[in-house]
Design a protein around this ligand. Structure first.
Ligand code: PGA
Length: 251
């Protein structure tokens, strides 16, 4: 049995005081919801304060990125070691990082490895662009992303995958539940071919891209989908709570 997971990716939103306010609003209800792993990924600068706020809570924190080196002359970067003290999860290879910061599969692979080494759970994002989707290249793109950025031992370390079609992110045009289920089924098959059936059955694969309180049920009712990576809707306390609640009821 794979435990469902809902992660909120706040992206570059919320000041420190807004972050504290949002978590304070959600905490009492979010705390009560069982059998779903709940993860909040605020900007780096809010992690320390939110860690304090969530002391003793079952709600987990995640970062949105990291650098793969432990320490040194990398001005502006944040290391896995620094994050290991502050949170449990880290989003890696988000399409916005691939697109705006030119992150390659090779770099993403190093980041995933570095995260696992310090005990962080990476949420590795993969997804095809609109042109690739329309050209029927979705499966080839996903297979290439998986092959370049993941290795067999990452799965036993607890790696989580997030399938986020780039055309669905922040656009309000989510994939349909069936579409997402089919593609995530393909991802699982690919992992099975590369690393065996056991590994494929155990890895949690989330859907991401315009998930809302109104459409979450469509995704979590699908057998291959283990939860969601939620952007915009995770910034509204009521919406995020509703997404987590619905997940807990269905799964
Ligand atoms: P969205 O973002 O829910 O706002 O589409 C999802 C993501 O980028 O992780």
């Amino acid at each position: 049995m794979r435990i469902p997971l809902i992660a909120g990716n706040w992206k570059m939103n919320t000041t420190l005081s807004e972050a504290i306010e949002l978590v304070s609003q959600m905490r009492p209800e979010l705390e009560k919801i069982g059998n779903v792993d709940r993860v909040i990924c605020p900007p780096f600068v809010s992690l320390a304060a939110l860690k304090e706020l969530l002391e003793g809570s079952s709600i987990k924190l995640g970062a949105q990125n990291l650098y793969f080196e432990t320490r040194g002359a990398y001005t502006g970067e944040i290391s896995p070691l620094m994050l290991a003290d502050l949170c449990d999860y880290v989003i890696i290879g988000h399409s916005e990082r691939r697109q705006y910061f030119n992150e390659s599969g090779e770099l993403i692979n190093k980041k995933v490895k570095a995260a696992l080494k310090v005990g962080l759970t990476p949420v590795l994002c993969i997804g095809e662009g609109l042109a690739e989707n329309e050209a029927g290249k979705t499966e080839a793109v996903l297979a290439a992303q998986l092959d370049s950025s993941s290795e067999r031992e990452y799965y036993s370390g607890g790696l989580v995958l997030a399938y986020e079609p780039v055309w669905a992110i922040g656009t309000g045009k989510a994939a349909s539940g069936e579409q997402a289920n089919e593609t995530i089924g393909f991802i699982r098959q690919h992992i099975s071919r590369q690393h065996g059936q056991g590994t494929a059955q155990q890895v949690r694969i989330l859907y991401g891209g315009s998930v809302t309180a109104d459409n979450i049920a469509e995704f979590i009712n699908q057998p291959e989908i283990d939860g969601a990576l939620v952007g915009g809707a995770s910034l509204k306390a009521g919406d995020f709570l509703s997404i987590v609640k619905q997940t807990s009821e269905v799964k």
